[in-house]
Design a protein around this ligand. Sequence first.
Ligand code: ATP
Ligand code: MG
Length: 358
Amino acid sequence: MQLTQLTIKNFRNLKDAQIIPVQGINLIVGNNASGKTSLLEAIYYLSHIRSFRTQSVIDLIHRQTPYLQLVANIESSEKNIIPLGIRRSRNKSEIRINKKNVKRVSDITAQFPILAIHPDSYKLISGSPSFRRQYLDWGVFHVEHAFFQSWKRFKKALAQRNASLKSKQKTDVCQLWNQEIHDSAHRIDHLRREYFASLMPYFNQLSEQFFIKDKIDIEYKRGWHEDLDLLSLLQDNLIKERMKGYTQYGPHRADIIIKVNGQSAQTSISRGQQKLLVALMRLAQAMQFTESMKKACVLLYDDLPAELDANHRKLILSVLSKMNIQLFITAIDVDQIDLSAWDINKMFHVEHGRVNSE
Ligand SMILES: Nc1ncnc2c1ncn2[C@@H]1O[C@H](COP(=O)(O)OP(=O)(O)OP(=O)(O)O)[C@@H](O)[C@H]1O
Ligand SMILES: [Mg+2]
């Protein structure tokens, strides 16, 4: 899977840009505020229909223009070209894959797996559990196709239960969704657990290579006690939950606990170490994906030189060069990234929202 062509209109400061990337490494260079992150953001948007920087589409549409547009060609692992088109205005979204309109973001996400490492990624460690659930579910979604259906069923049942708790319905009404929550929760937990177990060997191998003196432990928590039955928990806590107005136990409360030398990574390591750890978590995910799915994914790495010191930068680049992925890296100067390990490489210069290749 790789991006072979992208035409951008009115995305942030990229009014009109086109890139023809290569399968290996694509290095995007330019001064501050030239539009490097915006270019990565546009690629990310193709897969997620949201940004890694903002929740609001208004931030993304070039100022004083009515809509943004992205037109791309993606080459599948079977070498088929899949045309992709997205047009977003403030209140309307049109997505076309293979010349057909699609409604669901999941249709596009499934076609085009993209991972990103960017300056805000440290939130995967220091932010709320929702960041870590998103991390886990990216992988479960792409690797285990049954996950999406179970997740949809769970979310629907949870929303109905929470609505009845909030409006203080009678207890037997609130209980109506317990069984559905229990059943879909178990399927979600099972798929997450399996994915997590298959991810860990990749992560452990990387963390041993980068954190030589430290012991990193990473553990999946399912969102309710390991030794308690979810159905009983839902029944036994009903009165309390009716007072709170929401459901306290279930996979919507899952988390990943990361410890460095026995202490929480959230509070015990430096910001630089957090960023490195996050990069390794993402790389592990890309490795697991390419090996289990037997196809490449796309990795976006924003500001790599600014994120890591020279030693770690060299090590990360060496790991990246051995991976079967299409890579987009941004940097301010060309000489911050050594491209010599890649047979296939291409450089893009961004200047005031214009993109040129060499
Ligand atoms: N909706 C928008 N319309 C027009 N310009 C925008 C919009 N949103 C952001 N910009 C501008 O786009 C420019 C490029 O921002 P971007 O974050 O892509 O730069 P960058 O090259 O990554 O810079 P840095 O090296 O500082 O990270 C900035 O000047 C920003 O103010
Ligand atoms: Mg930037």
